[in-house]
Design a protein around this ligand. Sequence first.
Ligand SMILES: NC(=O)c1ccc[n+]([C@@H]2O[C@H](COP(=O)([O-])OP(=O)(O)OC[C@H]3O[C@@H](n4cnc5c(N)ncnc54)[C@H](OP(=O)(O)O)[C@@H]3O)[C@@H](O)[C@H]2O)c1
Length: 253
Amino acid sequence: MITGSTAGIGAAFARKLAADGHDLVLVARDTERLREQATELHDRHGIEAEVLAADLATDDGIEAVAARLGDRKNPVDLLVNNAGFGNKGLYLEVPLADELRMLKVHCEAVLRLTSAAAGAMRERGRGGIVNVASVAAFVPRGSYGASKAWVVQFTQGAARDLAGSGVRLMALAPGFVRTEFHQRAGMGTDGIPNWMWLDADKLVAAALTDLARGKTLSIPDPRYKALMGAAKLVPRGLLGGISSRTGRKYGPR
Ligand SMILES: NC(=O)c1ccc[n+]([C@@H]2O[C@H](COP(=O)([O-])OP(=O)(O)OC[C@H]3O[C@@H](n4cnc5c(N)ncnc54)[C@H](OP(=O)(O)O)[C@@H]3O)[C@@H](O)[C@H]2O)c1
C-alpha cells in the first residue's frame, strides 16, 4: 500500500513495486487519478491495483485506510506512508488550521496507519513499513521540518521496539525531488541549485535496498549523506540561517 501514490515519490514507489510484480493498494484523494493510475499499472505490469480514495487529513479517511490495513484476509506486506505536503509561507504566515492539517497528515495519520499495519504484520511475523520523512527533519525548517523530525524519531523508536518481530520499519529522508510538491505549496524553486535535485526513481530504488538491508533510516544519495554529516558540525544558529531559507521562497498569496 502506498499513500500519496498518484504523484511524485509515491508514484515512483508504485512504478517500482508494480514492475517487481507486486499487487498494490493505491491511496490518495483524487479518485479519477487513482483509477487511471491503477489501469495503467495493471496494463503495463499485469498486477492488480486496488484504489482507495481517502483524505488523510480527516478521521474518516484515516479510519478507512487503517481498516484496509487491518484486513487479515487480504494482508498488506509493505506500507509506504508517503502522502504529505508543504504549507505556503513561513511561521505565523500560515493559518493555524493549515499547520494542524499538516500535523494530522504527517504525524497522526502516520501513527495510526503504522499501528494498524504493524499490528497485523506482527501477527504474521513479517512485513515492512516505510515512513517518508525528509532531510528537513535534521535542520531547522519551520513546522514542516518539525513534523518530519517526529516521523524519523517515531519510526526509529518503533523499529527498535519491534526488533525481532519480523516487522521492519524505516524512515526515508529525501532531499529535494522534482515532484508536484513545490508547486502545490506555492514554493519557487529557482533558488535551489541543480545539484541538489534527486531523481524519484533512483531515490525509491535506494530506499528499497536500504529496507532490505534492515536500515531504520535511509538518506539516499551520497550528496545528502555528506550534507547531513556536515550539518552535525555546523553551529545550530548558522545552520538554521541556511536551512530555513533554502528553497523557501513563496509566490504571491
Ligand atoms: N519533493 C520533495 O522535494 C520532497 C523532499 C523530501 C520529502 N518529501 C516528502 O515526500 C512525500 C511525497 O511528496 P511528493 O514530493 O511526492 O509530493 P507530490 O508530488 O505533491 O504528491 C503528493 C501525493 O500525496 C497525495 N496527498 C496529498 N495530501 C493528501 C491527503 N490529505 N490525503 C491523501 N493523500 C494526499 C497526493 O494526491 P491527492 O492530491 O490526490 O490526494 C499525491 O498523490 C511527502 O511526505 C513529502 O513531505 C518530498
